[in-house]
Design a protein around this ligand. Sequence first.
Ligand SMILES: Nc1ncnc2c1ncn2[C@@H]1O[C@H](COP(=O)(O)OP(=O)(O)O)[C@@H](O)[C@H]1O
Ligand SMILES: [Mg+2]
Length: 320
Amino acid sequence: MKIAFVGKGGSGKTTLSSLFIRHLAAAGRPVLAMDADINQHLAVALGMDEREAAAIPTLGDHLPEIKDYLRGDNPRIPSGAVMVKTTPPGRGSRRLPVTGPDPLLDRLSVRMLGARLLATGAFTEEDLGVACYHSKVGAVELLLNHLLDGPGEYVVVDMTAGADAFASGLFTRFDRTFLVVEPTRKAVAVYRQYRDYAATYDIPLSVIGNKITGSEDVAYLRDQIGDDLLVCLGHSPAVRAMEQGRPLSIDDLEASTRTALDTIHHTVDATPRDWDRLTRQMVDFHLKNARAWANEATGTDLAAQVDPDFVLGPDLLASR
Ligand SMILES: Nc1ncnc2c1ncn2[C@@H]1O[C@H](COP(=O)(O)OP(=O)(O)O)[C@@H](O)[C@H]1O
Ligand SMILES: [Mg+2]
């Protein structure tokens, strides 16, 4: 299952991503975590010290290698140079496991609490808002499209706050998206915008209320968000203590936070995989990007990369 945590900067995306990763890892589930936020804080939120976190290999620095590896011997993709962020897998492309051995992921990831962690690297000025095929979140989109995850396996992405996710098909790559909102008008406005995108593209969306200080906050979000509001979290002293430098273990979390994590987990597990939507949107966004900029950027007709006989589905999973 592929899961994204999205929301305004400061809403708690990294906090919720890290708590959910800790929750899954503590339950012994296979987890691949990806830090795709502009501010790279996920490794530290998972307990790594700043110096070690700064030394994690970054996807942004390894894009040519990633592209070359993923295209495998797919005859429709003769070189990494014509592989853009939306290039879909086809026959011959490499598929990635969640936690199992893989030469590329073994080189680029680190292990934390039993989970595998990948990081895009911090965004620079020229990464922001560009639909260019070098963009760092492009690596995340490519990896997600080549990742073959089954039920009971989890890919958790701490997403970029900005509109970057909407510049390609990235926001459609998830089985379920969790939008973290604070009980404020601004956050509710972000929710409305996301809800409209999600509805247009049939994307399962749940809202997590965060930094709730009382029943008025809950009532406000309930009124503004209705049934999309899944759970509410208050201020967590355990999270604050970790921010102050105390190591956090899952057992330190308050009962209410743990209950919220259980609810999030059940919600993910109850989400059916929609292979048809994921495949269709992967192709649609590729063709859209090809027309908008990528054909011109690569000097080729990238529609030819779509393999009409390649089906992303349960058979592929069974053949792993
Ligand atoms: N439920 C919570 N309890 C305590 N502190 C929180 C909680 N949620 C977020 N925070 C704190 O708020 C700040 C911003 O959260 P963060 O997860 O980094 O936001 P984002 O990733 O969306 O920018 C951090 O200092 C974090 O520790
Ligand atoms: Mg963050």
